[in-house]
Design a binder for this molecule. Structure first.
Ligand code: IMP
Length: 427
């Protein structure tokens, strides 16, 4: 059985949670590999409707070991709250494991995320203010506190002492806000530790054993390729890699062990936060998509920017991920439109280009070149085979497949587990 990475191939919110929930039916392990509680995965299954931020979407299947990998930054309060909510609704979380190498979001990360955004003024990134960026910055600066640090309260206190001194200097001298108390932060994290320690493991051994046994393993992404700090619309990006390469690093798996890289695309585009988005619609079509699809952030409730599918960006993310297959989600949202546009190229300063520019100032000047296709104006939510889709919907999918140069494995036509059409097998 293979190791499959499920990756956001646009700007996040593509519906990865549903895809992981579906695949987890056959999997033995799901590993979340990047991001933090900036992510929000909506899952609708026989247990009900859930919004997960940190816990892998495989949690509903008790036979699946769910791992929060080393590449994730964890806010312990959020994680415990999520576990409690699941437990209250009868979902078992004893099969949840946390990498001892995963970094923790600390109170100063939350404060600094907000203060830094305020300081950026009109150039704010539009972060989720969950402390994710500052936590990853500390990881790189070697100032992080990791889940494994909760195992030794005394050592934790020593490590925190110098870090809090430094953070307090920034909080008080740069931003003029109140200093944090070492005692309070230490006591709070020791409390979190009491509940989390039973879940903390050297998870790369578990992962290696699963791969050697031939278990099906899913690496669950957060955010999307166009938010990658290297390849996304920098600096309007997140701080950890949502790419296939990031999946290997954030789970603790050698790249040679990855069998499939599955890119999840919405049938149109959305983006939340700042930064260029060439196909954004500021008209009633954009509004219609937003309302039909309820495009409001799972984490922040912010209205998402909506636009036509951008296959320049889609082909780019397919390439940098080395996708073996694609999932197209939310095709049903387009059911009512009389005609559809697909962005097939850009016009930059009067010249046609077919690549995604590295510079956001160039990307912001790109005007989309569209191809127009007929709509199908038929309800697709009960359709379960590709052949049953209206001809115009099939043509839309086939054209997207051609433009992104990657086979479409699955098409989703609603939030439910069963609302999916297999076009070509993933395996
Ligand atoms: P941060 O990850 O909270 O620092 O936010 C950085 C950028 O990534 C902002 O534009 C956020 O809106 C965006 N972002 C972060 N997480 C998600 C997500 O799960 N879905 C969509 N956008 C996200």
């Amino acid at each position: 059985m293979p190791v499959i990475a499920v990756l956001g191939a646009q700007w996040g919110d593509e519906g990865k949670g549903k895809v992981v929930d579906m695949l987890a039916q056959q999997a033995r392990m799901v590993v979340r590999f990047s991001g933090g509680d900036n992510a929000g995965h909506s899952v609708v299954n026989p247990h009900g409707e859930f919004k997960l931020h940190l816990i892998p979407s495989g949690i509903f299947n008790s036979g699946v070991a769910c791992i929060i990998g080393n590449g994730v930054v964890i806010n312990p309060e959020v994680l415990l709250g999520e576990m409690d909510k699941l437990n209250e609704r009868g979902v078992d979380t004893s099969h949840l494991f946390i990498s001892d190498r995963a970094h923790l979001i600390m109170p100063y990360h939350l404060l600094l995320d907000g203060l830094e955004e305020e300081a950026r003024g009109g150039k704010a990134i539009g972060t989720t203010r969950k402390g994710v960026g500052p936590a990853f910055a500390d990881k790189a600066a070697r100032l992080g506190i990791r889940a494994g640090d909760l195992l030794d309260e005394e050592a934790l206190r020593e490590r925190l002492r110098s870090i809090i001194d430094y953070k307090n200097t920034i909080l008080t001298k740069v931003y003029g806000v109140k200093a944090l108390s070492l005692d309070e932060v230490h006591a709070q994290y020791c409390q979190y530790g009491e509940r989390l320690v039973p879940h903390i493991r050297e998870t790369t051994i578990m992962l290696d054993e699963a791969v050697r046994r031939g278990d099906m393993v899913i690496l669950e992404g957060a955010q999307g390729a166009l938010l990658d700090p290297d390849f996304g619309t920098y600096p309007y990006t997140t701080s950890s890699s949502p790419l296939a390469a990031g999946a290997c690093l954030g789970a603790g798996l050698g790249p040679t062990r990855l069998d499939r890289a599955l890119g999840v695309y919405k049938a149109y585009c959305t983006r939340v936060g700042g930064g260029p988005m060439p196909t954004e619609l500021h008209d009633e079509t954009g509004e219609l998509i937003r309302e039909r699809a309820h495009e409001y952030g799972t984490t922040t409730g912010r209205a998402r920017r909506c636009g036509w599918l951008d296959t320049v960006a889609a082909r780019y993310s397919s390439r940098i991920n080395g996708l073996t297959g694609a999932v197209i989600t939310r095709l049903d949202i387009l059911d009512v439109l009389p005609s559809l546009k697909i962005c097939v190229g850009y016009e930059l300063d009067g010249k046609k280009i077919d690549y995604f520019p590295g510079s956001i100032t160039a990307l912001a000047r790109c005007k989309p070149v569209y191809e127009e296709l007929p709509g199908w104006q038929t309800d697709t939510t009960d359709i379960r085979t590709f052949e049953q889709l209206p001809e115009a919907a099939r043509q839309y999918v086939l054209r997207v497949e051609e433009l992104i140069a990657c086979p479409v494995n699955l098409i989703c036509v609603g939030p439910g587990r069963e609302q999916a059409i297999e076009k070509t097998p993933i395996l």
